[in-house]
Write a protein that binds this ligand. Structure first.
Ligand code: HEC
Length: 166
């Protein structure tokens, strides 16, 4: 019993010391690049949450894909390009220096999301990041337009992320 108490006290002391150390090392600045381990863990957690949270059925897509992409293009210019850049892979200064950085929408990681998942991300945003929720601002139809437009970004993106087609 006594032995268990001592072990417990030592463990608690170690945990408090660890928490204090982590706290003292923590940097609130958004300037440093997120580390590889942090990116790996945050990405895994984000994908798992998006997958779990986006289970609910979403309304059917607008029937005319061409019109929907055109409408999405306009919405993207006013609502998304301010961070992600017009080409999706050329973030503005604000997007580039967010923590986490504004995602490259032409990347395989983003394009791997299903339509339903991208719909969910645009509608709900991503907590603890700069990605806003558009659910109170945009109709479901407009969110679908944005999903359709995001799908066209890789084909139009320039290889080095600069000087996109718009
Ligand atoms: C104020 C800046 C900002 C605006 C405006 C913005 N985003 Fe984002 N977006 C971000 C940031 C930052 C991330 C990265 C979030 C992360 O990695 O957790 C992101 C991530 C994403 C992702 C991918 C999530 C991932 O797993 O990386 C998608 C898709 C996305 N945004 C689409 C959009 C669309 C579409 C719009 C416009 C309707 C938009 N964003 C507007 C900042 C913004």
């Amino acid at each position: 019993m006594k032995c268990a108490l001592i072990t417990l006290s030592v463990l608690t002391a170690l945990m408090i010391a660890g928490a204090l150390l982590a706290f003292s090392q923590f940097n609130l600045s958004a300037m440093p690049m997120p580390g590889n381990i942090e990116i790996y863990l945050a990405t895994r957690a984000k994908r798992a949450f998006v997958q779990r949270n986006s289970h609910e059925p979403i309304p059917p897509a607008p029937p005319n894909l061409k019109v929907s992409i055109e409408d999405g293009d306009k919405l993207y210019g006013t609502e998304c390009a301010a961070c992600h850049g017009l080409g999706g892979n050329n973030p503005t200064d604000a997007g580039r220096w967010m923590y986490p950085r504004a995602a490259d929408l032409t990347s395989r990681e983003v394009q791997q999301y299903s339509d339903r998942e991208i719909f969910w991300i645009v509608k709900n945003g991503i907590r603890l990041s700069g990605m806003p929720a558009f659910g109170k601002v945009e109709s479901d139809e407009h969110i679908w337009d944005l999903v359709h437009f995001v799908r066209t970004l890789p084909a139009n993106a320039s290889p080095n992320g600069a000087g996109a087609t718009h």
